[in-house]
Design a protein around this ligand. Structure first.
Ligand code: 13P
Length: 250
């Protein structure tokens, strides 16, 4: 049985003080569940505050990391630095990194390798743009992103990987993908893993959905057989709203 996973991606929001205030509101309302893992991904600078303020069972993720181990890379953050927080996961290849910061599949693959070799969990994001969907290229794009992003990984490495399907057209737009669209892509991703790594690896892999997830739509999406949770942007910023979503994934 795969444990459900709900990840809050705060993107470039909240100062450490605001992060502390979030947990002051969140912690009394939060009820842990053995069937669901909750992960908060604040900015790098909020990670130490989040570590101090969060409930013990809530895990932490970074939103990005360097593909290099250490050295002359001004402004970058390494896996070793994240491990010192300590941080459990890293979001890799978010579409905002791909599109706004021009991260290539190859750079993303280097980050995946750093994260896995460093012993952290990698949340690899994949997803098509609106034009790619319109051009019926969705599955082709996802396949390329997976093929390159997971290159060089062994079956054992894959145990540290979660895939997040985030169609670009559904991110921050209020236009959520239908449960049927989500399930179709998630099934495709699981089949890809089955072919590349094996049936056990495929059935253990968690595939989560992101893109305009809210309390109103999470239940239907998360009840699909190949959906193992959600990656949530806007609706994770306010403690009460995020708790309402968590209540629907138990
Ligand atoms: P929204 O939930 O704001 O659409 O963002 C999704 C996302 O990009 C999470 O990584």
């Amino acid at each position: 049985m795969r444990t459900k996973m709900v990840v809050a991606n705060w993107k470039m929001n909240k100062t450490p003080k605001e992060c502390k205030a979030f947990f002051r509101a969140f912690s009394p309302l939060y009820k842990g569940s053995r069937n669901r893992e909750v992960v908060i991904a604040p900015s790098y600078i909020c990670l130490p505050q989040a570590e101090l303020s969060k409930p013990a069972s809530v895990k932490l993720s970074a939103q990005n990391v360097s593909g290099e181990a250490s050295g002359a890379y001004t402004g970058e953050i390494s896996v070793e630095m994240l491990k010192a927080i300590p941080c459990d996961y890293v979001i890799i290849g978010h579409s905002e990194r791909r599109l706004l910061f021009h991260e290539s599949d190859e750079e993303i693959q280097k980050k995946v390798v750093q994260v896995i070799r460093g012993g952290l969990g990698g949340i690899l994001c994949v997803g098509e743009t609106r034009n790619e969907r319109k051009g019926h290229q969705t599955l082709e794009v996802i396949t390329r992103q997976l093929k390159v992003g997971l290159q060089g990984l062994t079956s054992q490495d894959l145990q540290q990987v979660t895939i997040a399907y985030e169609p670009v057209w559904a991110i921050g737009t209020g236009e959520v993908a239908t449960a049927i669209q989500v399930e179709e892509v998630h099934r495709w991703i699981r089949e890809f893993i089955w072919n590349k790594f094996g049936i056990e690896e495929a059935s253990n892999l968690r595939i989560i959905y992101g893109g305009s997830v809210k309390a109103e739509n999470i239940y239907e999406i998360a009840s699909k057989p190949n959906v193992d949770g959600a990656l949530i942007g806007g609706a994770s910023l306010e403690a009460k709203t995020f708790i309402e979503i968590l209540e629907r994934i138990k």
